[in-house]
Design a protein around this ligand. Sequence first.
Ligand code: ADP
Length: 425
Amino acid sequence: MTIILGCIADDFTGATDLANTLVKQGMPTIQLIGVPKVNIDLGDAQAVVIALKSRTIPAKEAIDQSLAALAWLQDHSAQQFFFKYCSTFDSTDSGNIGPVTDALMESLGEDFTIVCPAFPTNGRTIYKGHLFVGDELLSDSGMRNHPLTPMTDSNLVRVLGRQTSQKVGLIEYASVINGEKAVRAAYDDLHQAGVRYAIVDAIGDPDLMTIGAASADLKLITGGSGVALGLPENYRIGGLLKDTVAARLPNQKGHQAILAGSCSIRTRKQVTVWQNNRPAFKINPSAVMEGEEVAKKAIAWAVPLLDTGPILIYASDEPEKVAKVQAKYGSKEVGEKIERVLGTIANSLVNNGVDRLIAAGGETSGAVVKALDIEALRIGTEISPGVPWTESIGAVEIALALKSGNFGEDNFFENAFDILQRGDA
Ligand code: ADP
């Protein structure tokens, strides 16, 4: 099977979000954690999303990593390319969306693309080039205070204009609402006027389907995961996309475990609900910081229980307690040490027969995947919006659900295992 769509995502959970969207639209998709160093069996995948961690690193490094990802995708015969960034356009005046797009365009020899972070399902809409988060302009939303990428201007034509020397234009909603032909005509008009990057208005999923259809001939598309909604249909119409089952469930049947490192409201609620009738072990952050053998203790607790059903090991705590530990030991230090402990625990659990594993927390998920040395994930059935079951490809073959802290319903953990169990039947 050849790859049709090759994607480069500027962070891990954003990559999963995009891969999940493609799978839901019927496209078998594999997510790679960085540019692979070894040969990966792509199986029946027709889309590949390479997850980088390039959102907030220096622009030069983001360019180098993105070009390496592009080269890998070209080597694997991808026919169309997608640069995925955050639906809140997380960036600064020095990058990285503009510089990376410039570099990808130059490498591909292209001179026109679209820029569309709209994700209406999550309240991200674009009107007259202004990005809204729910009912607020981006610049009035919480994003204005983001520690790394404060977004204080909602006008994407201006924001991108400060990140690139290329000409930036706008395709207004009036064109989008008139359908694919009108959008294609607007692309042509802007292109002829010397515009290289067109911000495209979109306020609902039907708009994204229109934009997707109109973008069938663009070599590179840039945006949030939303604009990928319409792409699989292009490949279907073009006879490229084979009729396969994209959203497979992993069929692992071994032990089950959850590792929670997120301290978000949602994850803490999920932990509480789980604890009502299931075994759970709390990691003491102070003990971790004092160098006690916390991972060993957690594993000694977990191993005898694994035969009886799924278990939870969590570091999640209330904000006051987190603040106290952070004040004493430093927030970066505490975060990293707990992540390392959870990674060690993940490894021991897998060595003790766990092959169905949930990780709660973005950084936590990254730490678990790294500790397990996982380079590729086949994206499977969605458990809850934005969170799919995945299956690792390579030496370790396990079912993994990687959840950002604030995702999932209260009974997410139980529900995730139930879905797998039903798949077993
Ligand atoms: P989220 O997706 O909710 O942001 P992350 O896993 O990305 O979750 O981030 C949570 C961070 O908090 C991690 O670095 C984790 O190690 C750290 N952490 C977990 N538990 C505690 C705790 N009890 N005190 C302080 N930090 C913690």
